[in-house]
Design a protein around this ligand. Sequence first.
Ligand SMILES: Nc1nc2c(ncn2[C@@H]2O[C@H](COP(=O)(O)OP(=O)(O)O)[C@@H](O)[C@H]2O)c(=O)[nH]1
Ligand SMILES: [Mg+2]
Length: 355
Amino acid sequence: MQVGIIGLPTAGKTTLFNILTGARAQTHRYGAEKKEANIGVARVPDARLDWLSELYTPRKTTPATIDFVDVAGLVPGEAKGAGFAPSLLSALRTVDALIHVVRAFPDDELPHPAGSINPQRDVDELALELTFADLAVVEKRLEKLPLDVQRKRGAEQVEAQRELELMGRCRSALDAGTALRDLELSEDEKRVLKGYTFLSLKPLLVVLNIGEDQIAAPPQVSTDSLALSAQVESDIAEMPAEERPEFLAALGLEEAARDRVIRFAYDSLGLQSFFTVGEDEVRAWTITRGDTAVTAASKIHSDIARGFIRAEVVAYEKMRELGTWNAAREKAALRLEGKEYVMQDGDCVNFRFSV
Ligand SMILES: Nc1nc2c(ncn2[C@@H]2O[C@H](COP(=O)(O)OP(=O)(O)O)[C@@H](O)[C@H]2O)c(=O)[nH]1
Ligand SMILES: [Mg+2]
């Protein structure tokens, strides 16, 4: 799972990236942003994993992780559709989701690239850039597809015809400034679009980077957003762990930005975790909501999916209630599930398989 962090220079992207991953990538105050991307890994905080780890005291505890990529290169105020440098575009194509960091904090000594602080404007402009980038791809495809429809026969022709219609719908939406993620699409259509790595199809989270004075009443934007002060949170992250809660509480915050952003990303992406437990390792694995037991098994190893016999499942709450795996078995809280079982968030699983 890879999430790209984008936004204008000085928005606080690298500061946020450092908070999320614990890296110390260089932020910048003067001069241009460096062009290379920063790449780092964030552990997904999960109190359930902590509890399971205390129960088993395994040799190793492995949390779920999300990769974050802090991509520089967004050029503000250029001709429409030219806002993305080609290197940025190609970096963005491969990520699963986007976080748009929008600057809301004032700082007279640090000019905003557009000359003023206006979060809604920045939100709208980036959304528009994403649709422009996708429109270019759709139009190129629309030049070729009619020819395919003419030349192909049978099932291939039907397929080309369908794609032509779908691309037409995409063009109308994008022309009107609508992101592709807002289209109603069938599963089949989603599969077709997936191959194009459209940017406006990716889940997009807006993070408003606010100043310390704005924490009590953050500015509002029209999209779903999460407000945080990257600078303040970065200072708190530097403190000894035992002092952090007090400072967070003084700011009226329950948990650090790191945890809030990661949880927000996890939820918006429709992700959830299942656990494998044992004395060797207690581990959280990431799956998508709706994934079946055999898909979950494949995350661990393709052999387990191939030789799948059944899944022994204990819901996390049952583990909590009954205390151990064996107690769960005795109290009939352990379920035997087949390949098509739809995994529930927090399932503790032991896969039976043979290869
Ligand atoms: N006052 C204030 N300054 C910030 C905040 N977040 C970042 N900065 C500063 O803004 C500058 C640019 O930050 P950086 O993370 O490099 O932004 P990027 O260009 O989007 O990667 C740095 O000097 C940061 O210290 C914030 O929440 N408040
Ligand atoms: Mg940066």
